[in-house]
Design a protein around this ligand. Sequence first.
Ligand code: UDP
Ligand code: MG
Length: 317
Amino acid sequence: MSSKKLISFVFPVFNEAENLPALYLALESVLTELDFEAELLFVNDGSQDASLLLLQGLQSQDSRVKIIDLSRNFGHQIAVTAGLDAALGAAVIVMDADLQDPPRVCLELLAKWQEGNEVVYAQRRTRNDGFFKRLSARFFYRTLRKLSDIDIPADTGDFRLLDRRVVDEIKKFKEHNRFLRGMYSYVGFRQVAVQFDRDARLNGKSGYPFKKMLKLASDGILGFSTYPLKLISRLGVLASLLALGGICYVLFMKLFLPQYVVEGWSFIVIAVLFVGGLNLFMLGILGSYIGRIYAESQNRPLYIVRKSYSRSEGIES
Ligand code: UDP
Ligand code: MG
């Protein structure tokens, strides 16, 4: 065994048969420049094409290739999770298998890691996607940053390097509706960006149709923000204030301009406004309890320690 450190590369693969050979070639030329051992973990996420066969072919030539074949399509975030769970490296690099994340950038990620950073995320300087994808991504990241309790850097995907310490923390997150980008931010540690130009997908079409994008966006917002629940209480307060205004108006009409008031009108209007406001307000209270139950059931670690220092023992942990 050589004493070089092991770096794991994790690739989620969903119908990427057309891209895998090119990916492997590009990767190989980068790997020869590295002074590390490498394992290439391909997670086949229920591909319908020849991806698995191709991967098996690669594996027969290259023992660094490892394949995790999921029983069906579980989605990108779960596929990456399966890869993180299986990775053994001192650092793990997660990247797409469609060559949108250029393997060359890994050299920069590793350089920053060696400087002592624990998460090195690749940030898109430019991207080569369609207009709609760019617009929706921009809108989504802006909204998420406004709504969520933690700071998710703009223009980053899942392409990043994670130190072993960070991977071990991410593995403690057992939530089902996963939004990994949120978790990477949540765990903290020393994080730094590397800028890169995102290429267009080499071949094939995106495995993220609009429906999957919406699901990811809602996992991001619902998983990392209770703003939608707070919105109910705020609407409740607003409706109650409106009801109060309405009640004043109705009373004014009844007392000073009774000739314009239809019999029974004031009572009905007051009742509708009051009950409506009260309803929303009470829903808001329910919502705040549900928010707490939700946070408890996510059962995330309360805090994460990078290292403890103790003089008496002289032991580092
Ligand atoms: N992917 C996956 N499961 C899916 C969808 C996508 O493992 O259900 C993989 C895909 O093979 C690629 C990465 O996730 O390696 C990113 O997907 P894609 O390129 O389709 O998304 P986009 O770049 O268009 O956002
Ligand atoms: Mg892609």
